[in-house]
Design a binder for this molecule. Structure first.
Ligand code: NAD
Ligand code: UDP
Length: 312
């Protein structure tokens, strides 16, 4: 198949491109390199199955493809809040452009949605039926509401124009190729620990997240894309929940670092708890994460060690 991956030079997108090329597909990787990097896909450039397009999803594009994975959107709060208007344009105009393309060429399209559609959840763990608790006017809204509108657009193009859609709600994912300056908790803590710098816990660290290794996520994403007759939304994540303070200690132990934990102001609207209910994915796709958290973190720590060794 000819498969378009928008945001393909990013963290998750580059792992997805790897898998698709390995499976023998022709992959078109589209990216504007806002948070992505050519380094993430450098090793694919020699493959005749791989093509790189510098393009912004907020602009229309004409391509002939069979499938679309729409991942283009900054995912770290630091990056999506840098230019919030551009973030919401990326989610909304990008989604309209990709759905228009899918409709024209009759391609199946998967949207990378997020656990952020649940906001600061009042239901725990979060299942797909929960409508969420999102602040529409806060600092995170450009991302959360952008992704919610993108889901709405997916469902409306499906109902109105019979576009073949898949919506995946991704929970916190980590692994090699997260950017050094990404700003999310996994990369921040690992880089701080490897440099023996202070580990910055925001708030008192009692807020929770559930971390999924990128290979498990990509497996779930492909299973959903290849599954017939379901649109989603479907949660894909690892239900093992941890507090951010426990997570900081885990990183210090795994790296053998002499870093100390320091406490910083909690950003506004930071969700207090997050854990996916993956019953739907388990029952429909037979999918569940298989990577143990320490094993996944060790691979990620090795990656950052190599990157830091190359830095002056
Ligand atoms: P990332 O920032 O590494 O990747 C995003 C990619 O999209 C980058 O390569 C960036 O350059 C590209 N991009 C951004 N705006 C664009 C635009 N206007 N046009 C073209 N390309 C653009 O982030 P990631 O963690 O790999 O996330 C990928 C997708 O998965 C995002 O849509 C994100 O919202 C979603 N997601 C990720 C997580 C996670 O924990 N990593 C959780 C939930 C959802
Ligand atoms: N966080 C932290 N220190 C950091 C970066 C993040 O304590 O250096 C916290 C953040 O406040 C949040 C959690 O870690 O409670 C996860 O943050 P991240 O930005 O990775 O993802 P999200 O909040 O979008 O789930």
């Amino acid at each position: 198949m000819r498969i378009l991956v928008t945001g393909g030079a990013g963290f998750i997108g580059s792992h997805l491109c790897d898998r698709l090329v390995r499976e023998g597909h022709d992959v078109l990787c589209l990216d504007n390199f806002f948070t992505g990097s050519k380094k993430n896909i450098d090793h694919l450039l020699d493959s005749h199955r791989f093509e790189l397009i510098r393009h912004d999803v907020t602009e229309p594009i004409l391509l002939e493809i069979d499938r679309i994975f729409n991942l283009a959107c900054p995912a770290s709060p630091v990056h999506y809040q840098y230019n919030p208007v551009k973030t919401i344009k990326t989610s909304v105009m990008g989604m309209i452009n990709m759905l228009g393309l899918a409709k024209r060429v009759k391609a199946r399209i998967l949207q990378a949605s997020t656990s952020e559609v649940y906001g600061d959840p009042l239901v725990h763990p979060q299942s797909e039926e929960y409508w969420g608790n999102v602040n529409p006017i806060g600092l995170r809204s450009c991302y959360d509401e952008g992704k919610r509108v993108a889901e709405t657009l997916m469902m409306d193009y499906h109902r109105q124009n019979s576009v073949d859609i898949r919506i995946i709600r991704i929970f916190n994912t980590y692994g090699p190729r997260m950017a050094l300056n990404d700003g999310r908790v996994v990369s921040n803590f690992i880089v701080q620990a490897l440099r023996n710098e202070d580990i910055t816990v925001y708030g008192d660290g009692s807020q929770t997240r559930s971390f999924c290794f990128v290979d498990d996520l990509v497996e779930g994403m492909l299973k959903l894309m290849n599954c017939e007759g379901i649109t989603g939304p479907m949660n894909i994540g690892n239900p093992t929940e941890t507090s951010i303070l426990e997570f900081a200690t885990r990183i210090i132990n795994l790296t053998g670092s002499s870093s100390k934990i320091v406490f910083k102001t909690l950003p506004s609207d930071d969700p207090k708890q997050r854990q996916p209910d993956i019953t739907f994915a388990r029952n429909t796709l037979g999918w569940e994460p298989i990577t143990d958290i320490d094993a996944g973190l060790k691979k990620t720590i090795d990656y950052f060690s190599r990157i830091l060794a190359c830095k002056p």
